[in-house]
Write a protein that binds this ligand. Structure first.
Ligand code: PLP
Length: 377
């Protein structure tokens, strides 16, 4: 029996996605840039998907650029809006995903200045700190919609108001972790917005960047000029069609899913807090999305705990792992001021549409046992 509690890393494909993709995996094909009927059918499928995604983002279809995932969309947003002849200043929240963190670091190497706006103990952006950093030298401010480790929802609307009052900087919202939980139309005020298919029941390796009309962007991938010259390369037709169907499905099911998953999450966290001495909930539940459980367990190393949990059939995460699998102290927990002895025992359990009570039962049996075993060795 497997309890998959790592939905924020990748969620299983939804039925709606699989059904939409099937014709494009099996029989239908064609290069969407071509001119004959097979090619035109592929192009029509992409443009229908673009209409669907745009509607769900509160955007115009021509503002939607399909990419090979969230990381690529973020890199396009950060580098593509830079003027290499006139380096300026970028501000990011202190808890951004590596994609934003490293793309901003790359801009620093190109001569741009990069400042980070701190967060409070729950991992929520401090608007006063943000305000203190804003002036006309800033060209881009990046704030994620929902944090990938601790699940906190960021005050995007208030931040955008503040940014607009002080600067004419573009606002980038990484909504990769928000798509399941938030109505993305409410983030329509962002200039640049990023989603990634595999976080909401779509396929891996497909994402989208919304570039608001009037924001000028240079491609970072050069070639045939697809996606209105903003992202060259033959589009992944099946992937794009599947992502659009998954996003529409997630949108329709959102409210019921949040209620159901929130109850599972609460039972899981309450159960762990009751049965594991020295466990704390990292941020208040009222500040975060329904599917995120994040705990810090004192005197336990995340890495060892994850191995024991894997043996017991629980797929979980420490919240912060490199592609190599190596675990480092999370910059997110550092920014929140979590004490080292707790941060080393970080455990992220993320739930979604596919989870059931059985997964929670399995975790509630496995986690206290694993912690006890680690403490007794
Ligand atoms: N931004 C956030 C907040 C994420 O959680 C992730 C993925 O973990 C990404 C960006 C990167 O997206 P992708 O995996 O599609 O490259």
């Amino acid at each position: 029996v497997i309890g998959y509690l790592d939905q924020a890393a990748s969620a299983p494909m939804s039925d709606a996605c699989r059904e939409a993709m099937q014709p494009w995996l099996d029989g239908r094909f064609g290069n969407p840039s071509g001119s004959h009927r097979i090619a035109r059918a592929a192009r029509t499928a992409i443009e229908d998907a673009r209409d669907q995604v745009a509607l769900l983002l509160g955007a115009q279809p021509r503002e939607v650029v399909f990419t090979g995932g969230g990381t690529e969309a973020i890199n396009l947003a950060i580098r593509g809006t830079a003027d290499p002849t006139a380096p300026r200043r970028i501000i990011t929240s202190a808890i951004e995903h590596d994609a934003v963190r490293e793309a901003a670091a790359a801009q620093e190497r190109c001569g741009e200045q990069h400042d980070r706006a701190g967060v409070d103990q729950d991992g929520v952006l401090d608007l006063d700190l943000l305000a203190s950093l804003l002036d006309q030298s800033v060209r881009l401010v990046a704030i994620m919609a929902v944090n990938n480790e601790v699940g906190t929802v960021q005050p995007i609307e208030a931040a955008v108001q503040l940014i607009r009052a002080h600067t004419n900087a573009a606002v980038l919202v990484d909504a990769v972790q928000g798509a399941v939980w938030l109505d993305l139309r409410t983030l329509g005020l962002a200039d640049l917005l990023v989603i990634s298919g595999h976080k909401f029941g779509g396929p891996q390796g497909v994402g989208a960047l919304r570039v608001r009309e009037g924001v000028s962007i240079e491609p970072i991938i050069h070639g045939g000029g697809q996606e209105r010259e903003r992202r060259s390369g033959t589009q992944n037709v099946a992937g794009i069609v599947g992502m659009a169907a998954a996003l529409a499905d997630a949108d329709v099911n959102r409210v019921a899913m949040i209620n159901r998953v929130g109850a599972l999450r609460n039972r899981l966290v309450d159960g762990i807090l009751r049965s594991v001495p020295g466990a704390i909930e990292t941020s208040r539940r009222s500040t975060k999305v329904a599917g995120n459980a994040h705990l810090c367990i004192q005197g336990v190393e995340s890495e060892s705990l994850l191995v024991l949990l894997d043996d017991a059939g629980i797929c979980a995460s420490a919240g912060s792992a490199c592609a190599s699998g190596a675990i480092h102290t999370s910059p997110v927990l550092q920014a929140m001021g979590v004490e080292e002895s707790f941060a080393h025992g970080a455990l992220r359990l993320t739930l979604g549409a596919a989870n059931t009570d059985a997964d929670v039962d399995l975790a509630l049996a496995a986690i206290p046992a694993a912690v006890q075993r680690l403490r007794s060795t």
